[in-house]
Design a protein around this ligand. Structure first.
Ligand SMILES: *Cc1c(COP(=O)(O)O)cnc(C)c1O
Length: 232
């Protein structure tokens, strides 16, 4: 795990928040309409404590084992945890139990398991479907063609609440290309909402392309490196 430095993390939190606020203004988004999910994979509990002290409460993790250790070490803080990584069937119970959000659901089978395993005592698990907007054959994510049918099924699962869509487009240094990929996700989101799904979450944009994502309607950006520095 990388060694955190609370002052460094605090100033990076300020920098990333300022980038988001500037992008909101530049692209005519209401102030505060874009939330920051801090991606803490590869960094230890002390880095998360420093980010919390700087005002962040929403954290994203990509590896179940790594995340469970951190959840256990941080139960004294009022944090909201999002799972954002690839999901194996044998990990769904841990995810359904310990997370409030999952951004990376890309198969109906996984959605059904999360629905069955979500503890009855708590609220439904908030779900984003991951979409492969760049149409890369090796990337995870639903094809746009398959999205509507899967969304309709997930919408009907009682222990899940379908909140929106997520994408990780192929990295591209060209802001116009970045926007094109994010626009494809926004259009899919709008189309599901025309079908009455009431989605409120568009999870797109990371450290290197968050401005393009805000321009295209992101409601949450997922930032790791920009907050915590390079991962191991
Ligand atoms: C690691 C990761 C991020 C954060 O990426 P950075 O470039 O470090 O900001 C965002 N989303 C997902 C799904 C990730 O796996």
């Amino acid at each position: 795990m990388a060694i955190p430095d609370a002052d460094t993390i605090s100033s990076r939190v300020g920098n990333v928040q300022a980038r988001i606020r500037r992008a909101e203004i530049r692209y005519g988004r209401p102030p505060g309409s874009v939330a920051l999910l801090a991606v803490s994979k590869g960094h230890g509990p002390e880095a998360i404590r420093a980010a919390f002290a700087a005002g962040l409460t929403r954290f994203g993790e990509s590896y179940v084992q790594e995340a469970l250790g951190k959840c256990a070490a941080l139960t004294d803080l009022p944090l909201e945890w999002a799972f954002i990584g690839p999901i194996q069937s044998n990990k769904t119970r841990d995810i359904a139990t310990h997370f409030q959000w999952v951004h990376s659901v890309d198969r109906l089978k996984i959605a059904r398991r999360l629905n069955e395993q979500r503890p009855a005592a708590g609220p439904p698990l908030a779900i984003c479907l991951q979409v492969n907007v760049s149409r890369e054959p090796t990337k995870s994510g639903l094809d746009l063609d398959a999205l509507e049918a899967v969304a309709a099924e997930v919408y009907g699962l009682p222990r899940l609440r379908l909140r929106g869509l997520m994408a990780i487009p192929a990295p591209d240094p060209d802001p116009a290309q970045q926007r094109r990929a994010f626009r494809a996700l926004r259009r899919a989101f709008e189309s599901l909402n025309r079908a009455g799904m009431g989605l409120d979450t568009l999870s797109m944009g990371m450290t290197d392309d968050l401005e393009a994502a805000v321009a295209e309607g992101a409601t949450v950006v997922r930032v790791g490196t920009g907050l915590f520095g390079p991962r191991r």
